[in-house]
Design a protein around this ligand. Structure first.
Ligand code: HEM
Ligand code: HEM
Length: 166
């Protein structure tokens, strides 16, 4: 299987930190506990580091190198289906849409969790429910992301995962 683009150390560390911490908060930590809250803040911190890196770097990790476009994502996917080739360097246009969706979902989940915690404007139960909805929507996006990595690797015979490992 061909190697894919090899991501730099900041992308790799922040990716696996966000992935591990997300699963920890979704499946392991006690909902609303202090550790749950700190795990959420660490997710925000990792994403902020990644976004700042995406502004300063000139590599394919630069944010402007993978702007989300649904039209380009659909065109790219139909090309990959017919040619079985993904010639993108860095994130492909379909990956780009999912990545921005996941970042927005993670930030919205953490911010609404914090809002429920401080009982913003006296609301707590409604905010908890909104927090839960964002956590579940993000979970769906993550599931699609993982399935997409597997399916795209099979279709194109390229190892996307190896570029994110070392
Ligand atoms: C264990 C399961 C996972 C695997 C195998 C995996 C694999 C990957 C791979 C291979 C890429 C690079 C895709 C490319 O080359 O364009 C990637 C990127 C990404 N993944 Fe995952 N991922 C996993 C879990 C997660 C989770 C749980 C999240 C979010 C909570 C996540 C969020 C992201 C994001 C935001 C990127 C973009 C990275 C960046 O540019 O900083 N992934 N993932
Ligand atoms: C992206 C990170 C986070 C994820 C994935 C996440 C996930 C979840 C999930 C799945 C629940 C259970 C919802 C339910 O079934 O009722 C929950 C509850 C909660 N979370 Fe989070 N959360 C995150 C970040 C945060 C943060 C940063 C805070 C606060 C600073 C927070 C505070 C809470 C509170 C107060 C509850 C409600 C607990 C209760 O029912 O008493 N969360 N979270």
């Amino acid at each position: 299987m061909d190697k894919h683009y090899k991501w730099d150390v900041i992308v790799r560390i922040t990716h696996w930190a966000v992935a591990g911490l997300f699963f920890a908060n979704y499946f392991v930590t006690e909902e609303g506990s202090e550790i749950h809250e700190w795990v959420g803040y660490c997710i925000i911190g990792s994403i902020v580091i990644r976004l700042v890196w995406g502004i300063v770097t000139r590599s394919p990790a630069r944010l402007s190198a993978f702007k989300p476009s649904v039209t380009q994502a659909v065109t790219h996917l139909s090309e990959v289906i017919s040619t079985r080739v993904d010639a993108s360097v860095g994130h492909n246009p379909a990956g780009a849409v999912m990545i921005w969706l996941m970042w927005c979902g993670l930030l919205a989940t953490a911010v609404t969790g914090w809002m429920a915690h401080v009982e913003l404007m006296g609301y707590k139960d409604g905010l908890k429910e909104i927090h839960e909805v964002f956590a579940n929507l993000t979970f769906i996006a993550v599931a699609v992301h993982i399935c997409a990595v597997i399916v795209m690797s099979r279709w194109t015979n390229r190892s996307y995962l190896s570029g994110m490992l070392k």
